[in-house]
Design a protein around this ligand. Structure first.
Ligand SMILES: [Zn+2]
Length: 277
């Protein structure tokens, strides 16, 4: 059964509902997942793009009980509906402002309560804990529903696609560190910003880390084999298993891997030519 159609509402548990925003694309998969938590007092996580039909769907599902709106990060497919939704419900906005001068950021987002690592929103029905997870974006937070061990992962972990890490806001070293950090929490399910619920969180996290380190090893081999080069040159070797149509996006990941290698003293950046150490 397809449950990820745009506009579709699904009951994920007694406390959690999901509405899929009408913004499917290559980058957003089936569309952004908006989560509604609670029955008596409702928290909305990632209200999504500022599209009227989606806001109406959230308002209908919230039934006059929306008290909080939480935003995992301020990319344009996650936070822009927050302002209109807050205006129409009086709900309190939780999250972090967008970093300045970055692409695809919603600079209009202004939280009432700025997220800090470990911050808790406690209600009679549920407790939500904000966990700072930089990597995909510097202001990225995952949100843990403590009663169910359900982690709303935003774009830190997606189902069905690899998370894009675009420097300088995106940072591969931070990303891998943020994945490891999550394993300290008692997780039961991952509820991604895009795609279906995922069981077995630790196995998922370990799989992502292994995949990224495999690619990093291939980047290291490409540096050694070629003696170094530009992103355009190195992508041909380091991503020779990826169709050339995807090399544009792959170059961002390559760049992120190279920055990590430089930070670790394993590569050098000589004015856009990357070389092994
Ligand atoms: Zn994002």
């Amino acid at each position: 059964m397809i449950t990820l159609e745009p506009g579709r509402t699904s009951e994920l548990s007694g406390r959690v509902r999901r509405i899929v925003a009408p913004n499917p694309s290559v980058m957003t998969g089936p569309g952004t997942n908006t989560y509604l938590l609670g029955r008596e007092q409702v928290a909305v996580i990632d209200p999504g793009p500022d599209e009227r039909a989606h806001i109406e769907a959230i308002l209908a599902e919230g039934a006059g009980r929306i008290r909080w709106i939480l935003v995992t990060h301020t990319h344009e497919d996650h936070s822009p509906a927050a302002a209109a939704l807050a205006r129409e419900t009086g709900a309190e906005l939780w999250g972090q402002v967008a970093p300045a001068d970055e692409l695809y950021q919603d600079q209009t987002f202004r939280p009432d309560v700025p997220f800090t690592d470990g911050a808790v929103l406690a209600t009679p029905e549920f407790r939500l804990r904000a966990i700072h997870t930089p990597g995909h974006a510097v202001n990225h937070y995952c949100v843990l529903l403590e009663e169910e061990g359900m982690l709303m992962t935003g774009d830190h972990i997606m189902n069905g696609s690899t998370v894009v890490i675009i420097p300088p806001g995106g940072d591969m070293k931070d990303y891998l560190g943020s994945l490891e950090k999550l394993k300290a929490y008692p997780l039961q399910h991952l509820a991604p910003g895009h795609g279906e619920l995922m069981p077995a969180p630790v196995a998922v996290i370990d799989g992502i880390v292994a995949h990224r380190l495999q690619r990093e090893a291939k980047v290291v081999r490409a540096l050694a084999a070629t003696g170094g080069g530009t992103l355009e040159e190195l992508v041909l070797t380091a991503y020779d298993d990826v169709p050339t149509a995807l090399h544009m996006m792959a170059k961002y990941s390559l760049w992120a891997h190279l920055i990590k290698l430089v930070r670790e003293g394993r590569a050098v950046d000589r004015a856009g030519r990357w070389a092994p150490c």
